[in-house]
Design a binder for this molecule. Structure first.
Ligand code: TRP
Length: 357
């Protein structure tokens, strides 16, 4: 297993989306200037190591290849499954620090947020007219999120947010969207919206491709999926001591000998995987080397690996945190660019729709 190449995973290579990803990778390498990437995060909590290895490092990789990268802080999307967006400014600033620390370069990439780009949001209305209620109800990811929502009633925003996501992607005519498997149904909605809009009003939007990443599944310290909204993750901004404490408290099992068996030993294997990702090594080899050393050696290995891998990122993060004025200006400049582009796209949309809309 290599962790730097997001497509070279045997599972993904055997299915159509995985094959397409390999083909797209090839095209991105050859002609990066033909691609505009749009990705985003909901500001519901701090970004963590699962995000880093799953998506964040891939954004920087695409930026370095010369692709035009847009990173969205999807603030309106926070309201899909809760009544209020808590600590929004603080969490958003945390995300900005994370982006800068990992190497997102505001000279080349655009960081912006939903609520600062009105024309993007206006696109959602014509887009909503292109999909049926039945189609919205069939989205498996939305169904799953409704099942896990903290709200007693399902809001219209929850139901329709994949269409909002279509606006996120299409406002800037993004044609490549790096996603995990759970986001594939949403990308299908975006493709449908683009196709129907073009059929009805004339060719305006690209039909964006999903760039499926073989994101490794890291579990949180409690043995369930690492998640920003559960208290089970190691944040990018955590320091060395906090990392040691969190790893120490992570769930393992009663068997002393360390192995890499994700199916039967999820807790232990996730720790092995985390160390392997940080060390850029095969998790099976890492497990073998620890072997009879047991959980104590495993946890020490993980702590050391995470702390040395993250040290430069954390140092940069701390440095940027000294200059929040600059950090905020990055978002302001990104929003300015996003507003220009969204305004132009909305003008174009209104032009082809005609009839006073
Ligand atoms: N829904 C995505 C998530 O939860 C965030 C997101 C919002 C997004 N808009 C997007 C991702 C557009 C890709 C493209 O992670």
């Amino acid at each position: 297993m290599t962790v730097t190449d997001t497509t070279a995973d045997t599972d993904t290579l055997t299915d159509p989306a995985g094959l397409r990803a390999a083909e797209l990778e090839e095209q991105v390498r050859r002609t990066p200037e033909r691609f505009r990437v749009l990705t985003g995060d909901r500001p519901t909590g701090a970004l963590h190591l699962g995000h880093y290895f799953g998506t964040l490092h891939n954004r920087v990789r695409l930026q370095e290849l010369g692709v035009d990268v847009f990173v969205l802080v999807a603030d309106y999307q926070v309201l899909t499954d809760r009544d209020v967006a808590e600590r929004l400014t603080e969490i958003t600033e945390g995300l900005l620090l994370d982006y800068l620390a990992i190497g997102i370069d505001p000279e080349r990439s655009t960081v912006f947020n939903h609520s600062a780009v009105p024309a993007l949001n206006q696109l959602m209305l014509p887009f909503l007219s292109l999909v049926s209620v039945a189609e919205l109800g069939r989205n498996p990811t939305v169904k799953d999120e409704i099942a896990h929502s903290r709200q007693s009633a399902v809001s219209g925003l929850m139901y329709t947010y994949p269409v909002h996501q279509a606006a996120d992607i299409l406002f800037c005519k993004g044609n490549l969207v790096p996603v995990g498997r759970d986001q594939l149904p949403h990308l299908e909605v975006t493709r449908t919206v683009a196709r129907r809009f073009n059929e009805r009003y004339g060719e305006v939007f690209p039909e964006p491709d999903a760039l499926l990443s073989a994101a490794p599944l890291l579990l949180g310290t409690d043995g369930t999926k690492m998640s920003k909204s559960r208290a089970n993750s190691i944040a990018l901004g955590a320091d060395a001591d906090e990392t040691a404490r969190l790893v120490k408290g992570a769930k393992t099992d009663a068997e002393r000998h360390i192995t890499y068996e994700p199916e039967t030993r999820p807790g232990v294997s996730s720790l092995v995987l985390l160390a392997a990702l940080c060390l850029d090594r095969d998790p099976r080899v890492v497990a073998e080397e620890i072997g009879g050393g047991g959980a104590a050696v495993l946890k020490r290995t993980v702590t050391d690996a995470v702390n040395s891998k993250m040290a430069p990122i954390r140092a940069r993060r701390a440095e940027y945190a000294q200059d929040m004025g600059y950090v905020r200006s990055v978002l302001r400049a990104g929003n300015e660019r996003a507003n220009e582009i969204a305004g132009a796209t909305l003008d174009e949309v209104r032009g082809v729709m005609g009839g006073g809309l």
